[in-house]
Design a protein around this ligand. Structure first.
Ligand SMILES: *[C@@H]1O[C@H](CO)[C@@H](O)[C@H](O)[C@H]1NC(C)=O
Length: 394
């Protein structure tokens, strides 16, 4: 009996160890692939998302999304602190026709927020001043930017209230390590914001970022130590922060201003300007690209990605895609859902509306087609990279 028990335990233990080894090699392989290449090369993270999906399922049970939405100095903020050992605070910047609360209500955004919270990163989403267009002020270095002037003092107030313990004579900072993630207009704004605040790493989705903000060389390379954020910092150029490590994510069917080739061109320019500044800046100027491919729609696709969608609805959605000929044999959308009549038929089906909003379904279709949409693709890898940038911070 004892031997039998021992044997069973040993087998389980062995399987567990094997699983751990497998996980570590997967993570390590990806990390080293990014690190191993010289800074002259553009680094592209391809899909390793089957693994990410099983991780997503696991943390869906574990991480509850319970944001606090409030106005601070007349600026709307939506935020949630991590329950894990806190490593930093991530600023979330929406795209046009959205607002900060969507980071906690739409499916892709919720998936991103969950992964960040799981990794010990708290989140704060701002809403742009222009709530008609929902876009951010694009005024860059040397100009006055209304959204910078709102976001920086609000963030300062927020940190003073939430993080008084972080302020010491040593740090002289009232915020924990800061990160920024923006999509589209929010991606451009994220690159501008990253010159106005001490950002550890900047994530720019489906956007080239703002050229001037990404390519203007800093006057001083010393990391700043400041006791307060200057809302007019960008206007003079004197004390702007260096370009932080930046990750770009593009989508394969995004053929216009945020295409792979346009973003690749910007990345080459950042690398060239970093090389000019010297090899020691390697870390500070790390730049990485991620590609979001088309995603196959399967029976459980909608259920697995969107909270509140039942198995039945997910299957029905899939069958409608098949019978109406919206997807090919591999489950890939045949046409751009933004312009196809197919998606209009799908979106008209009121059955789905009980479980998923039209906006959420449109988002999911755009992600499946990989055309200009905020996406949670690669978010696990991106978060790992963000934390790596924190550890190697000069
Ligand atoms: C899921 O359903 C519950 C109950 O109807 C609702 O309160 C919640 O807001 C829904 N969640 C999402 C993300 O739509």
């Amino acid at each position: 009996m004892a031997a039998h028990k021992y044997h069973k335990f040993g087998l389980k233990g062995l399987l567990f160890v094997l699983l751990l080894i497998l996980m570590f090699t997967m993570i390590f392989k990806n990390v080293t692939r990014h690190q191993g290449k010289s800074q002259k090369e553009v680094k592209v993270g391809k899909n390793m998302d089957r693994w990410q999906e099983s991780f997503m399922k696991q943390i869906r049970q574990e991480i509850e999304i319970t944001p606090i939405i409030e106005n601070m100095e007349r600026v709307q903020i939506s935020w949630q602190r991590t329950k894990k050992a806190e490593k930093g605070l991530v600023i979330l910047l929406h795209g046009c026709s959205h607002d900060g609360t969507h980071w906690f209500s739409l499916p892709e955004e919720r998936r991103i927020v969950r992964v960040l919270l799981h990794h010990g990163l708290s989140v704060i989403a701002f809403t742009s001043q222009d709530t008609n267009s929902g876009c951010w002020d694009g005024s860059s270095i040397g100009q006055s930017n209304r959204d910078i002037q709102r976001v920086t003092p609000t963030l300062q107030k927020f940190c003073e209230r939430e993080y008084s313990e972080y302020y010491t004579q040593e740090t002289l900072s009232m915020c924990p390590p800061l990160f920024s993630i923006g999509a589209s207009s929010g991606g451009s704004f994220s690159s501008i914001l990253s010159r106005a605040l001490p950002i550890v790493a900047n994530i720019v989705q489906i956007s080239t970022g703002d050229y001037k903000a990404l390519l203007t060389e800093p006057k001083s390379l010393k990391p700043q130590r400041v006791s307060s954020f200057d809302p007019k910092i960008l206007e003079s150029e004197e004390n702007i922060y260096p370009v932080p490590p930046t990750a770009f994510l593009y989508m394969v069917n995004d053929h216009n201003w945020a295409s792979e080739s346009v973003i690749g061109h910007v990345v080459q320019k950042i690398i060239a300007s970093a090389n000019k500044l010297g090899p020691n800046l390697h870390r500070q100027n790390a730049v990485i690209m991620f590609e979001a491919a088309m995603l196959p729609i399967t029976k459980m696709w909608l259920k697995d990605r969107v909270d509140n969608v039942s198995k039945e609805t997910s299957e029905q959605f899939y069958h409608e895609c098949v019978t109406e000929g919206f997807i090919d044999g591999d489950g890939l959308l045949k046409e751009d859902p933004r312009s196809s009549t197919a998606s209009r038929v799908l979106l008209r089906n009121a059955i789905y509306e009980k479980e998923i909003s039209r906006g959420a379904l449109e988002e999911q279709l755009n992600v499946a087609y990989a055309h200009h949409e905020l996406t949670s693709e690669h978010i696990y890898q991106i978060t790992t990279w963000m934390l790596e940038m924190l550890e190697s911070k000069p």
